[in-house]
Write a protein that binds this ligand. Structure first.
Ligand code: ADP
Length: 400
């Protein structure tokens, strides 16, 4: 009998589906793809088989069903039909697991219904994730589907880190607490950091800085998350590409009362027109850094606000963890922007972390240390791989 060793990972967004097919014998990618502009007049599918040419197709993709159908056709053309006995299962990224899901689960009708019940907590994301799950189940009723939640890794946060200091009954009634996001990345990166140090994750305390367009920090003690910067939603915490991160909640009342702004507009302001973009007009750190180099004042201020917030979280997590073994930078900015890493850690040698400028600016791929050997706290760059983590967790749950 053929051993099923392939896992398809699906990341379904509101207007796009990203997919990767992995072979879990060696964690290799067999194919990757993206279906964009779902529901628009013309959609686009980009598919790349491992070692092969990228194929692009422009066609209308009315819904998630059509998106997955198109992806399945491309995979089949490469000999990776989803009806193949080699497909062990499908792993779905699901943004919000609330308090119901603290581990990946095999999807059945009850799980589907619970993800639906969590929609009010993630109105933009969970419906899209659900559409992907429903379609995949319909197309392949015999293949196990696994949901892997962005919030799950943070479920180990102690109650005092997860609660807001607001009226307890109101919080309970409306499920208001700090859930945290990017958990798949924080889990993967904290483990990889321990491996880079040659140590067991259970013995290592790590501050993970996931700096992408969205950004979050986490404090991980012995492999368990004890605090993270995102909260009820991904708006809390660090300064991001277009999100404000931490803000006095009274700004919202002020904008409503004094500026007469409707709540939906304030929501859009804080999520889409704030952060780096709000401060200087550019959300892309590459552009911000280019402008900083040119002496642009707005961009320099935006950079400084970004770094100041980041340093405050690093300091806070030293206090939360007590002992820190490593700080790990990951995601688009964390992996690529040496000036951000240098500024975030500058002057912190009293706490332990130091950066070797030569190692920091080297264009090396893969996980690496950028601190001098004598630093008391290691500083690392660890590329995240959320798809691999989802595939690994999926396979662990259903692998044969
Ligand atoms: P997302 O949050 O969308 O998953 P990523 O982790 O892919 O984002 O990060 C995207 C961001 O990474 C971009 O908006 C850009 O600011 C930043 N980025 C990518 N490459 C570089 C680079 N070479 N230097 C600085 N920033 C970079």
């Amino acid at each position: 009998m053929t051993r099923a060793t392939r896992v398809l990972v699906l990341n379904s967004g509101s207007s796009s589906v990203k997919y990767q097919l992995l072979d879990m014998r060696d964690d290799s990618r067999l194919a990757t793809g993206l279906v964009e502009r779902i529901g628009e007049r013309s959609g686009r599918l980009t598919h790349t088989p491992a070692g092969g040419e990228r194929r692009t197709r422009e066609e209308r993709v009315p819904d998630h069903g059509a998106a997955l159908g198109a992806a399945a056709r491309e995979l089949a053309a490469d000999g990776f039909g989803l009806d193949s006995p080699e497909l062990a299962g499908v792993g779905h990224r699901v943004v919000h697991g609330g308090r119901s899901f603290t581990e990946p689960v095999v999807v059945d009708d009850a799980v589907e219904a619970e993800i639906e019940r969590l929609v009010p907590l993630a109105p933009l994301h969970n419906p899209a994730n659900l559409a992907g799950i429903r379609t995949a189940r319909r197309l392949n009723p015999d293949v196990p589907q696994v949901a892997v939640f962005d919030t799950a890794f943070h479920a180990t946060m102690p109650e005092y880190a997860a609660r807001y200091a607001i009226d307890a009954r109101t919080a309970e009634e409306h499920r208001i607490r700090r859930y945290g996001f990017h958990g798949t990345s924080h889990a993967y990166v904290s483990r990889r950091t321990a491996a880079l140090l040659g140590r067991d994750p259970a013995d290592v305390n790590v501050i993970v800085l996931h700096l992408g367009n969205g950004a979050s920090a986490s404090a991980v003690a012995g492999g368990r998350c004890v605090d993270t910067s995102m909260g009820l939603t991904p708006l809390e915490g660090l300064v991001m590409g277009t999100r404000s991160g931490d803000i006095d909640p009274a700004v919202v009342f002020h904008l409503s009362r004094v500026a007469g702004m409707p709540v939906a507009d304030i929501d859009a302001l804080l999520n889409k027109r704030s952060g780096l973009a709000g401060l200087c007009g550019d959300n892309d750190m590459r552009e911000v850094l280019r402008r900083v180099d040119e002496g642009d004042e707005e961009a320099t201020l935006a950079f400084d606000v970004y770094i100041h917030r980041l340093r405050k979280y690093i300091g806070a997590y030293f206090a939360v963890l007590g002992r820190v073994d490593a700080i790990a930078f990951t995601a688009g900015v964390g992996e690529n922007a040496a000036p951000v890493r240098a500024a975030a850690v500058a002057g912190l040698s009293g706490l332990g972390p130091q950066i070797d400028e030569r190692l920091n600016s080297a264009r090396t791929q893969g996980p690496r240390l950028i601190s001098p050997q004598y630093a008391r706290v290691a500083v690392a760059v660890v590329p995240t791989d959320e798809e691999l983590e989802i595939a690994t967790r999926t396979f662990a749950l259903i692998g044969t």
